[in-house]
Design a protein around this ligand. Sequence first.
Ligand SMILES: Nc1ncnc2c1ncn2[C@@H]1O[C@H](COP(=O)(O)OP(=O)(O)OP(=O)(O)O)[C@@H](O)[C@H]1O
Ligand SMILES: [Mg+2]
Length: 538
Amino acid sequence: MTEYTTFGIDLGTTHSCIAYVDRSGRPVVVKNEIGAETTPSVVYFEKPEKVLVGSAAKNSALLAPHLVAEMVKRDMGSRVPSDRVYHKKKYTPEEISALILRELVRSTEKNDEFRVKDVVITVPAHFGIAERDATRRAGEIAKLNVLDVLDEPTAAALHYQTTQSGTGTRHVLVCDLGGGTYDTTVIRLQDKDFQVISIAGDDKLGGADWDERIRDRLLREFTAQHPRIDPTADDVFMQDLMITAEDVKKTLSSKQSHRVGLRFGGVAAQVEFTRAMVEELTVDLLDRVVDVTKRVIDAAARKGVREFDEVLLVGGMTKVPSVAAALQERLGLETRLYEPDLAVAKGAALFAMISRAKRGAASTQQTADDLGISVGQAEAMISTNVQRVVSRGFGVKGVDPADPLAQTRPMQARQIVVHLLQPDTPLPADSGPYPFMTVADNQRMVEVEVYEQAGLVPSEEVADNTKIGRGRLSGLPAGPKGMQIDVSFVMSETGQLSVHATEPSSGAELRFDLQIGNMDQRAIASAQAGIAKHDVSG
Ligand SMILES: Nc1ncnc2c1ncn2[C@@H]1O[C@H](COP(=O)(O)OP(=O)(O)OP(=O)(O)O)[C@@H](O)[C@H]1O
Ligand SMILES: [Mg+2]
């Protein structure tokens, strides 16, 4: 019997899901031990080195909120320290994510047919280089072989394509509104070719923001009815309130109104919610959803794509009727709810198979045997081509040539980030040489500082970008200022960035790959060993 070893994992902010491709070539979600297709991305640190992950952890959040880690995806790749401490031990977001991955693996491997080894993990399309790298590392810390990290909307589109019978070119807009992120992508599908046209997203916009608004309203109503009682210092009550808020939101997806009872400090309060009320509380969040969607549509239009054959809604939050309604009313989009909880994991499973098949050095027959699929399916996988794009702008800091001080006192002149790679450039991408100049006479070296767009749209303001790396080009020949230094960026198909700088007359050159985060192989090995010691269960 062939073991299944290749899996796709949707590592979500609030729920995670794991899928594989069965022998008939169909992606299938593996249910967890309690028969659910998704597992809450929640970790309860019950004792030192003993954790519960999933629904059990979510339930424990009520008893001991200080021992529960939630929403860690929002901290992945963060530049500000975002370790959390449980039982006096510090955990990075990558390590907590690794614990979630370990639970998915454990629960999957309960079935003897499955051994989870090679995986593709999905990420929001708008994730930057550090966030992607952190996701890859989380997989490594969980001792998985991460074949690739794939954008969530692209994964959903890949799954969609395999369910379509017709041929010909199709343009699909995918809108993925999950628990923590909103992500949109326009993709051109043509037989076995997937070409990403444009992406836009906001990785701080998701269902949790709706929940917070509802929670705040619940709290206001409670204190209005009981002005002398302040429950905000009570962690357990506040945690419970968040769960109630999410429940209100979900209930209102199918009902028009919902009444909840709150109890604290020996008193009770009743709060009545209607759909309209929640819509009013969250109107700005919906505005942001519309804005991001408009941006992706405009970017696609600039590349000549003005019509969509399908607008797919994925992510649990798209079950809230006002999301589809806003996209329809304000942008004229006819949407379709498309396996909102599962499409991403299923697409990731397909992509994992494709990646494995493409890497197979052996014959197609051998690849088919290895993967437990037919030769025809192996051929189809190998010929599938997924073309991705640069997710954000990448550039170099330099003096703004438009500032008059640039000529006279360059050290005091305004500095800007010149983006060498623009978002939505097809990968692999090569910026070609971009000429910078030295700013002082006899300048013998230059610092090449690499920046990544931090906000939702590219901006040359240094404050709107994040420094992600630097290198020093030294050994420059003596000479007057204004000596040309050519800098070029190359980004690989999988998003790895390398930088090249030369001074053409002397041939002095600098090459470096972006080393993101501060974990080298030794640190990863040590994190692996630490996480492996944990007793993980669901
Ligand atoms: N029936 C429903 N009605 C309203 N909201 C729902 C419903 N079901 C799920 N949700 C919401 O969807 C969100 C979770 O969606 P999903 O599982 O797709 O997110 P995720 O993949 O964990 O997050 P992300 O993609 O942002 O990393 C939560 O905010 C949840 O409350
Ligand atoms: Mg998701």
